[in-house]
Design a protein around this ligand. Structure first.
Ligand SMILES: C[S@@+](CC[C@H](N)C(=O)[O-])C[C@H]1O[C@@H](n2cnc3c(N)ncnc32)[C@H](O)[C@@H]1O
Length: 286
C-alpha cells in the first residue's frame, strides 16, 4: 500500500527533483562525478526513480540489457531458449524466429500474443521444474541460452540456476538479470524503492566463490547489470546437494561484503560488444 503523501514527503520529493535536475545538467556539461553525487543526494532525500535511472546510466554506461540480450541472440543463434520471468514479453521480443522458446511466469502479462515458436508456462519456475523436464519440452534438445529474471530473491534465483544448468548444453550461456545493485537500499530483499534489483548479487558472489569451473561475469549494462555464466555442467552436484546450507550461508552475507570491491566481487566487465562477444566466443563448443 502506498502511504498518503504528507507535507514533509512532498517537500522531500520536490528537493529530490531539484537535485535530479541539477544532476542532469551536470551530466550534460560532462561533469560525471558531480552528476553522480547529486543523484546520490536526491535519492537520500526521497525515493526518486529518475535519479536512480540517471545514476545507473552514469555508473553503467552503454546499451541497456535489452539491446545486449538482442545482440547475444543474434550472435549465438540458439536453437533453444528458456526465460524465467516474462512479464510483458519485452525481453522475449529479442528471440529469433527459428529459436524454440519456453517462457515461464506465474503471472505473464504479454502485451501481444506469443509467436508460434514461443510456449508460455503460467506457473512459478519451481513448479515448472518440479512438473516438467525442460529438455523434453524442447523436443529432447538442451537449453542453449537462458535468461533468469523471475523472483528477485537470491534463493529463488539460485534454484533457477541449478534447474537451468541441469537442462543446459555444455556450450550454453546462462544470463541473470539485476546482478549489479547500485546501492544497499535497492539491493534489499524487500522492495522499498521503485528502482530495485533485490539480492541477486548474492547468486553471483556464490557462483564466483563456489563454482570455479564456471566463468561468471557481470556485464555493466544499465539499469542493474546482466550476469553471464559460461561452461555450465548439467551433471554438477555441489550446488544441488548443498542448497539449504548455501542459502543460509549466503543470506547471512551482508551488503558490506561488496564495499570497495563490488566490481571485482561481481566480475564486472565492460558493456562494449567486442568485449562481450570475445567472452561468448570463449565458451566450449558442443
Ligand atoms: C522483472 S519481470 C520480467 C521482465 C522480463 N524478463 C523483461 O525483461 O521484459 C519479473 C517477472 O517474474 C515473474 N515471477 C515472479 N515470481 C516468479 C517465479 N517464482 N517464477 C517465475 N517467474 C516469476 C513475475 O510475474 C514478473 O512477470
Amino acid at each position: 500500500m502506498t502511504a498518503e503523501p504528507t507535507p514533509q514527503s512532498q517537500a522531500a520529493q520536490r528537493a529530490a527533483r531539484a537535485l535530479f535536475r541539477r544532476a542532469r545538467l551536470n551530466r550534460w556539461l560532462g561533469r560525471r562525478r558531480a552528476a553522480l553525487a547529486l543523484c546520490r543526494q536526491a535519492v537520500d532525500r526521497a525515493d526518486y526513480s529518475r535519479a536512480y535511472t540517471l545514476m545507473s546510466q552514469l555508473s553503467l554506461p552503454g546499451e541497456d540489457y535489452f539491446h545486449v540480450l538482442a545482440r547475444i541472440h543474434r550472435h549465438l543463434r540458439p536453437r533453444t531458449y528458456l526465460e524465467i520471468g516474462v512479464s510483458r514479453g519485452d525481453s522475449l521480443e529479442c528471440v529469433l524466429p527459428q529459436t524454440q522458446v519456453l517462457g515461464i511466469d506465474p503471472q505473464p502479462n504479454l502485451s501481444k500474443p506469443p509467436s508460434a515458436n514461443v510456449r508460455i508456462y503460467r506457473e512459478t519456475s519451481d513448479d515448472f521444474f518440479a512438473k516438467h523436464s525442460a529438455r523434453e519440452e524442447l523436443g529432447g534438445r538442451p537449453v542453449e541460452l537462458a535468461f533468469i529474471d523471475g523472483m528477485h530473491h537470491f534463493e529463488f534465483a539460485l534454484r533457477d540456476f541449478v534447474n537451468v544448468e541441469r537442462a543446459a548444453a555444455r556450450s550454453a550461456v546462462i544470463l541473470v538479470h539485476d546482478c549489479y545493485p547500485l546501492d544497499e537500499r535497492t539491493a534489499q530483499r524487500e522492495q522499498v524503492t521503485g528502482f530495485w534489483s533485490g539480492d541477486i548479487w548474492r547468486l553471483v558472489l556464490l557462483l564466483r566463490e563456489r563454482r570455479p569451473d564456471l566463468t561468471v561475469r557481470t556485464i555493466a549494462t544499465p539499469p542493474t547489470g546482466l550476469g553471464i555464466v559460461l561452461n555450465p555442467d548439467p551433471s554438477s552436484r555441489p550446488l544441488a546437494d548443498n542448497l539449504e546450507a548455501l542459502i543460509a550461508e549466503y543470506l547471512a552475507r551482508d551488503f558490506s561484503v561488496l564495499a570497495d570491491r563490488k566490481p571485482e566481487a561481481l566480475g564486472l566487465i565492460e558493456n562494449r560488444w567486442p568485449v562481450i562477444r570475445a567472452l561468448l566466443d570463449q565458451r566450449p563448443k558442443s
